[in-house]
Design a protein around this ligand. Structure first.
Ligand code: E4P
Length: 216
């Protein structure tokens, strides 16, 4: 099981890595822009927090295969173990194919259908990221897409794995995990919601109260 945080907040990654064995951190252009720190300094900072074994992900902005491949190599100069996120469109598939043939690990991103994810896996993507909440938000079924994609990969491209992404609620993450998802990336607010269970605070307060009453 690989748990990732979907964030560019280095302090939060430090906090979470103290309490859980994070597999790494995923970013996308919007997340990185919101964090305000360019990848040139963000990636080394994340690497410093998480250590050499963590997987870091960053996405190319280029629109053609040639430019995507060039950008992928440039990004890997910032972090030699970076997994490069490539949008799954025609040019992106060509880039994934080329990068994979050159030993560069990739993640096919912006996946909205099981077949789109299967194409990315066929092209050589190590990871495929279905967008669970974005699918739900447009009236689709994010979890069903994850399930079908998992079946497709297990049957036909077992070397690729689903890294479920885009969550708004803990329930969506739970359903993915119950569907057998082996890799998941959580935005910070969803991860925080998993930890904040008011009944736990109440239970602990009552234990304290009872203990104090009995033993001072
Ligand atoms: C994953 O890496 C995706 O870019 C990300 O999870 C998308 O999340 P969003 O739909 O919350 O923007």
């Amino acid at each position: 099981m690989e748990l990732y945080l979907d964030t560019a907040d280095v302090a939060a990654v430090r906090r979470w890595s103290r309490i859980l064995p994070l597999a790494g951190v995923t970013t996308n252009p919007s997340i990185t822009a919101a964090g305000g720190q360019p990848l040139a300094s963000l990636l080394p900072a994340l690497r410093e927090v998480l250590g050499p074994k963590a997987r870091l992900f960053a996405q190319v902005m280029a629109k053609t295969e040639t430019e995507m491949v060039r950008e992928a190599f440039a990004l890997r100069e910032l972090d030699p173990d970076l997994v490069v996120k490539i949008p799954v469109c025609g040019e992106g598939l060509a880039a994934i194919k080329t990068l994979s043939a050159n030993g560069v690990p990739t993640l096919g991103t912006a996946v909205y259908t099981p077949l789109q994810g299967w194409l990315a896996a066929l092209a050589g993507a190590d990871y495929v990221a279905p967008y669970v909440n974005r699918l739900d938000a447009q009236g689709g079924d994010g979890i069903a897409t994850v399930q079908e994609l998992q079946q497709l990969l297990a049957l036909h491209v077992p070397g690729s794995q689903v890294l479920a992404a885009s969550f708004r609620t803990p329930r969506q993450a739970l359903d993915c995990l119950l569907a057998g998802c082996q890799s998941i990336t959580l935005p910070l607010d969803v991860a925080e919601q998993m930890l904040s269970v008011p009944a736990v605070d109440a239970a602990l307060a009552k234990f304290d109260q009872d203990w104090q009453r009995a033993f001072g």
